[in-house]
Design a binder for this molecule. Structure first.
Ligand SMILES: NC(=O)c1ccc[n+]([C@@H]2O[C@H](COP(=O)([O-])OP(=O)(O)OC[C@H]3O[C@@H](n4cnc5c(N)ncnc54)[C@H](OP(=O)(O)O)[C@@H]3O)[C@@H](O)[C@H]2O)c1
Length: 484
């Protein structure tokens, strides 16, 4: 049932930061899987670049280990692994130095797509862009892929955009948000715009509210010091949750094309109301037995950074006037779960005696785990007990719907890298979107910093601080259960 794989054009992909965590865990194993599927053709090549001194053979060994650890490779795929590794090369390069660039220039081929993945700290983006240009390695057809964090506020995001714009046109810049590469996220658009059923109901006449939850069970662990300078708002809301919000709330684009979709997303961000601080709850996880608190993990006993945030937002336009969007995300929560739930209004009137018309349809889009969509509908409770109504889910879990083919559903990173090679920017953030998102989050962050707002403690393995529950209760609503 999974669609036929269409090979992409041959490419030379340079991964700056090719020895880093992201490259080893996601990018390189993902590329291997695309090679296995036939989407990456044998004419393509991948060149790792980082400061570490090693030769191509050393890099291949590192990638072979990464594929074993993170790629789901079977022993029977030994031949395919060897073939894939033969397509790899490595150049020792310091983004800030001059060594290695001539060697890299010599490796680049004409007549294939040239792409450069900046899997390094954003502070190096400018140096890389500059040297790619200086050594004539990038041309007007080349693409660059950049990772989050894309700035830490509007000013730094503008500066980063300006640095990249010095050498690359916006059509060459692919800002990755891997949430947009998830199968379900694209399915959200298919459900909305490919069915006649939902769009007529997708507005303030029928929708009571929308909930977006991204819950993680992990803490900030080893990256505490980095995370403490960021927090849940910058790390998760400004990018992932806002992108999900845009896709659920945007007007139908006239075509499923990059700028059509991104124009509509931008309008949503620009229509977001400022959020009063009474409608924001920030939290920090507390210590639990031997498990350290957020402040211990962050090694900052006076930290005011949030590891959890919940908020109520409104979109100022005709479609969504009066419909609250509740967002929440946090670490050390009770389960790992990402979900968007569109909660429709209660039935206006029930014709069934004794029934209080409290039935509501809920369309839940699960990003993880068990990617899928379910629609809660009201039916008669089976049996002879009269006309009693119950709410049950119509479940479309992809793994069940697609059977064995579900294993072939592409990982978000793989899909997005293939989109880069195809030159399709639909699932990537445009510079003005990123800036608009910061323009909305900056005043909220400045406000709590000015007030020295202290995050509320919450238990590890919970659904966040009690105040987050109250945020909904005050409105006569409740969060959906966080289920793994
Ligand atoms: N890891 C993730 O899951 C994840 C998720 C989302 C976004 N990101 C972002 O992706 C980027 C990479 O993250 P990461 O976790 O892979 O970081 P990492 O493990 O610290 O890797 C950094 C990479 O950059 C290379 N590097 C550092 N300084 C360099 C320089 N001056 N010139 C050339 N190469 C240099 C390092 O190799 P050498 O030391 O050998 O030079 C290494 O390969 C970061 O911007 C991060 O925020 C990561």
């Amino acid at each position: 049932m999974v669609s036929r794989v269409i090979p992409v054009e041959p490419f030379d992909l340079v991964i700056f930061g090719g020895t880093g965590d992201l490259a080893r865990r996601k990018i390189l194993p993902g590329l291997f899987r695309r090679y296995l599927s036939g989407q990456m053709t044998p004419e393509s090549r991948i060149i790792g670049a980082a400061r570490s001194e090693m030769d191509a053979e050393g890099f291949r060994q590192m990638v072979a280990d990464a594929i074993q650890e993170f790629g789901g490779a079977e022993k029977s795929e030994k031949k395919a692994i060897a073939e894939f590794l033969a397509r790899l090369d490595y150049v020792a390069i310091d983004a800030k130095g001059e060594g290695g660039w001539a060697q890299l220039a010599g490796l680049m081929r004409d007549g294939v797509v040239r792409a450069f993945y900046f899997s390094v700290a954003p502070s190096l983006f400018g140096d890389l862009a500059e040297r790619l240009h200086l050594h004539r390695i990038a041309n007007s057809e080349s693409r660059i892929v950049v990772e989050k964090p894309f700035g830490r506020d509007l000013e730094s995001a503008k500066a980063l955009n300006a640095v990249l714009a010095t050498h690359f046109d916006e059509t060459q810049i692919y800002r990755i948000d891997h949430y947009l590469g998830k199968e379900t996220v694209q399915n959200l658009m298919a459900v909305r715009f490919g069915n006649v059923l939902f769009e007529p109901l997708w507005n303030n006449h029928y929708v009571d509210h929308i909930q977006i939850t991204v819950a993680e069970t992990v803490g900030v662990g080893g990256r505490g010091a980095y995370y403490d300078k960021s927090g849940a708002m910058r790390d998760m809301v400004q990018n992932h949750l806002m992108q999900l919000l845009c896709l659920i709330a945007m007007e139908p684009p006239s075509k499923f094309e990059a700028d059509e979709v991104r124009n509509e997303k931008l309008k949503v961000i620009r229509a977001l109301q400022n959020v009063d601080h009474h409608h924001i709850v920030r939290g920090q996880y507390d210590a639990d037995g031997s498990s350290p608190s957020y402040r211990d993990d962050a090694e900052n006993p006076r930290s005011f950074t949030e590891s959890f945030i919940a908020m109520r937002c409104h979109i100022n336009n005709w479609r969504w006037a009066g419909v609250p969007f509740y967002l929440r995300t946090g670490k050390k929560m009770k389960a790992r779960s990402s979900e968007i739930a569109v909660v429709f209004k209660d039935l206006g009137h029930s014709i069934f005696e004794g029934d209080e018309a409290r039935h509501r349809n809920i369309l839940a889009i699960r990003l993880q785990p068990n990617e899928g969509i379910d629609l809660q509908v009201t039916i008669k409770e089976p049996g002879p007990g009269g006309m009693r109504l119950i709410d049950v889910p119509l479940d479309m879990t992809f793994s069940e719907a697609l059977g064995d083919d579900a294993e072939d559903v592409t990982d978000a990173y793989e899909r997005l890298i293939m989109d880069v090679i195809r030159g399709n920017q639909t699932l990537f953030m445009r510079g003005d979107e990123v800036e608009a998102a910061w323009a909305w989050t900056d005043p909220l962050i400045n406000d709590w910093e000015r007030r020295n707002d202290v995050p509320k403690l919450y238990d590890q393995g919970s659904a966040g601080p009690d105040d987050a529950l109250m945020l909904m209760h005050r409105d006569g609503r409740r969060w959906r259960d966080i289920k793994g």
